[in-house]
Design a protein around this ligand. Structure first.
Ligand SMILES: Nc1ncnc2c1ncn2[C@@H]1O[C@H](COP(=O)(O)OP(=O)(O)OP(=O)(O)O)[C@@H](O)[C@H]1O
Ligand SMILES: [Mg+2]
Length: 301
């Protein structure tokens, strides 16, 4: 088991008189890719920005690389990479100049194991902006700007990378390349990556662990497989027999199919087993949470 890099204990956040986070707990180990999921307004950006040191929490304990983000110094900040949900404007810069400029900031923090910053041209190729390196940032398309955001997050070769909806606006090709990049960064550079996304297929592909935030609390934490097992009717088995179509939901598809063949043998055709997708699991878990909350809040007779 790797070293704990992100630690969040009973994190609370209140905006004015509204509580947004009600006691959030999770941890991440070195090299782990964590996907933080949850409905709009669940508190994902709030949580990430607290970890980045951009917002000051109302209560609870938070550590990133062993440091409380509310008191992180420059040396600590240099080990983090940040891709915010909303765009910061660098419109008049050209892509290569901007990355070169931002990279220089990290040079004093270069170490034998971690050469900082990332080489500008290598980074530009890595995020697929090779053809746009000399363009002004204000002239980039939405998806190209997002790729630049990712490059800005990576330029200091961070130990911990925070990505808030990094692939919003990516075309399918850019998305796939981004997925390969995340795998490389976590495998080869041992980077710890915390990302948010509303693309559950993406979360399933990328994340070692999924953390679901709803109503200001963590309602699920585990691998996509483990979360799937929490939800009943995990797999759907479909087949045809004597011209008729059948569908059956089961927790143990293997046992069910074995029994099916024992009974009907060659009569079974067009067999299909469909596992619960992360999307099915997510929707079931969030719904369960929401119905539970309604019950809790209902007035007592
Ligand atoms: N600066 C702020 N002042 C007051 N309320 C805020 C502020 N920032 C966020 N909120 C509120 O806190 C809640 C959580 O917002 P947050 O941006 O963390 O959600 P999110 O999970 O990132 O949502 P999304 O998926 O839409 O990005 C929302 O109800 C939002 O309106
Ligand atoms: Mg957000």
């Amino acid at each position: 088991m790797g070293q704990t890099v992100i630690e969040v204990r009973d994190l609370r956040m209140r905006y004015g008189s509204v509580d947004v986070l009600h006691g959030v707990n999770f941890t991440a180990r070195r090299g782990e890719v964590l996907a933080l999921l949850g409905p709009n307004g669940a508190g994902k950006t709030t949580t990430i920005e607290i970890l980045e040191g951009f917002r000051i929490r109302s209560a609870g304990q938070v550590g990133v690389l062993g440091v409380d983000p509310a008191h992180g110094d420059e040396a600590w900040r240099a080990k983090l990479g940040v891709v915010l949900q909303s765009w910061r404007d660098h419109g008049r810069w050209r892509v290569r100049e901007l990355l070169g400029h931002l990279g220089r900031y990290y040079a004093p923090y270069s170490t034998a194991e971690r050469a900082r910053p990332f080489g500008t041209d290598e980074l530009i190729e890595t995020v697929g902006l090779g053809d746009h390196a000399d363009k002004k940032v204000s002239r980039l398309s939405g998806g190209q700007r997002r790729r630049l955001d990712v490059a800005i997050g990576l330029v200091g070769r961070p130990e911990v990378l925070f990505l808030d909806e990094p692939t919003a606006g990516f075309d399918p090709h850019a998305r796939r390349e981004f997925h390969d990049l995340v795998h490389r960064l976590s495998d080869l550079e041992d980077m710890t990556i915390l990302l948010t996304t509303h693309d559950l297929d993406e979360a399933e592909k990328l994340a070692d662990r999924i953390v679901i935030l709803a109503g200001g609390r963590i309602i699920a934490d585990g691998s996509a497989d483990a979360l799937g097992r929490e939800v009943a009717g995990r797999s759907e088995v479909r087949w045809t027999r004597e011209g008729a179509r059948y569908t059956h939901a089961t927790d143990d598809a293997t046992a069910f199919v074995r029994e099916l063949f024992k009974q009907y043998g060659e009569g079974v055709a067009e067999l299909e087993v469909r596992r619960n997708s992360l999307e099915d699991t997510y929707i079931a878990l969030v719904q369960k949470h929401e119905s539970g909350r309604v019950e809790q809040e209902a007035p007592t007779p």
